[in-house]
Design a protein around this ligand. Structure first.
Ligand SMILES: N[C@@H](CCC(=O)N[C@@H](CS)C(=O)NCC(=O)O)C(=O)O
Length: 234
């Protein structure tokens, strides 16, 4: 039995967190049955204070990459077996460019940039009763602003952050080229990260310059649509 803990549907994707969506995608790619528990309150129970985490046959695992590693071993998933060691290395490094580099551009665009904040504060906190509606968003935002400064992205100006995002998307488009999936004509675990992050910029209802940039790459848009039709037909 697999239970995935996430935030739940938001801004036009199954989950507004790229890491939660990545984990959903891996579960679909691996054809594993799972149930979901979606609520913001999951954060309080999260072993590392972040989502996703998962219960897998009685074991609680936190962090999308550790969840995927555990699932792969536990259920002997062969999704990546067709890749050479060199391809596995490349897939790992590409996934980390999205997770550790591009992710922070998304965070900045959503939480720090005033245009993004205007949208996500409504979606994430609009349902809270007063006075929580006035307080919780301010506390949450100041935490993210602090984190983005500690990470480093928050020390750049808007144009510099857009440059980082533009370069990542451009090279991801070059890397994907005319392949059906990230590494070739078959999916592999990199597609979980690829879709998890690209859907947040291409299929989302969230509007930002980064989303506009992503949508200019026809192959990235077609990839997102293909992945959605194949693995998220609902
Ligand atoms: N390395 C983690 C990153 C997870 C992560 O950053 N999750 C964010 C949502 S996208 C989160 O839960 N943030 C809540 C917080 O930091 O308070 C993973 O791969 O699961």
């Amino acid at each position: 039995m697999i239970t995935l803990y996430g935030f739940g549907k938001g801004m036009g994707t199954l989950d507004p967190s790229p890491f939660v969506l990545k984990t959903h995608t891996y579960l679909r790619l691996a054809k594993l049955e799972y149930q979901v528990v979606n609520r913001i309150g999951n954060l309080q129970k999260a072993p590392k204070g972040k989502l996703p985490f998962a219960d897998i046959d009685g074991k609680r695992i936190a962090d999308s990459s550790f969840i995927i590693e555990y699932l792969t071993d536990h259920y002997q998933i062969t999704l990546d077996d067709w890749l050479t060691e060199e391809q596995k290395a490349l897939a790992f490094l590409v996934s980390k460019a999205l997770e550790e580099h591009f992710y922070w551009c998304l965070v900045w665009m959503r939480w720090v940039d005033p245009a993004g904040w205007e949208q996500i504060s409504r979606v994430f906190f609009g349902g809270l009763p007063f006075p929580l509606r006035a307080l919780v968003p301010l506390v949450a935002r100041s935490g993210v602003v602090k984190a983005s400064k500690s990470q480093g992205i928050g020390r750049h100006n808007r144009d510099e952050i857009l440059k980082i995002a533009e370069k990542t998307l451009r090279y991801l488009s070059v890397f994907l080229a005319d392949k059906a999936y990230m590494m070739g004509d078959k999916p592999c675990s990199l597609d979980a990260t690829g879709y998890g992050f690209l859907a947040q910029t291409i299929l989302t209802e969230f509007d930002s310059d980064v989303c506009e940039m992503a949508r200019q790459h026809e192959n990235l848009v077609a990839y997102c649509r293909r992945m959605q039709e194949e693995f998220f037909p609902e």
